[in-house]
Design a protein around this ligand. Structure first.
Ligand code: DC
Length: 205
């Protein structure tokens, strides 16, 4: 692996996407949300009533558009309660995890600048050799509050609990703290403080 790679893992609503996007923009790296790829696949399965895919492409960067077997999906349509649930369910399947992992490795290998990538198994499984591995955590109540503040998301504390439990207890690639990860409990931290701490640790690598 040559270009810079930073992984961000953690449960839902902990701020992985917000922090990842800001970090990537500050460091001039690309940003990818693996959760969004699971969400796009879930949306496709719900829309078409299928459970397999043949081809998936990311066709535009800003905004990111996912094209799956001829259908296109945009990020702002991927936060419905049905997709929250379905994405966590299909993420239990080895075939789906392999598809997503392969896309992510391809995107990293074709990224000129390097990558910030967020998810549940980025540092623990997909990119074990990342330059810096971060695990973000915060209480359920705080994460639920953050999710509700996010536009378009209506995920209650009960929904978050169910999804976290499924993501933590699944057999394949469960959510864990990756080996050698920097753990940041960001309960009482501002985004600027979190970014500063990550940058300081990046300098130590
Ligand atoms: O981060 P998110 O809420 O957008 O992710 C949606 C679902 O996708 C999450 O409940 C579990 C799954 N997921 C996963 O299993 N592994 C990842 N690396 C990212 C997401």
């Amino acid at each position: 692996m040559s270009s810079k790679l930073i992984t961000l893992d953690g449960p839902s609503g902990v701020g992985k996407t917000t922090i990842g996007k800001k970090l990537a923009s500050d460091l001039n790296l690309d940003f990818i949300s693996s959760g969004m790829i699971y969400r796009a696949i879930a949306a496709h399965f719900n829309k078409k009533g299928v459970s397999t895919i043949n081809e998936i492409n990311i066709t535009s960067k800003n905004p990111i558009i996912y094209k799956i077997d001829g259908e296109t999906y945009q990020e702002d349509e991927l936060y419905s309660p049905e997709i929250n649930k379905k994405s966590s369910e299909i993420a239990q399947l080895l075939e789906i995890r392999n598809i997503v992992s392969n896309i992510l490795r391809f995107l990293y290998n074709s990224s000129a600048n390097g990558l910030v990538v967020e998810g549940r198994d980025m540092g623990s499984v997909v990119f074990q050799d990342a330059d810096l591995k971060i695990y973000l955590d915060a209480s359920e109540a705080t994460r639920s509050k953050r999710r509700l503040a996010q536009s378009g998301s209506k995920e209650s504390i009960e929904d978050i609990r169910t999804r976290d439990s499924r993501d933590i207890n699944r057999k394949i690639s469960p959510l864990v703290v990756p080996i050698n990860a920097l753990v940041i409990n960001n309960e009482d931290m501002t985004i600027e403080e979190i970014i500063k701490l990550i940058k300081e640790n990046l300098k130590l690598q």
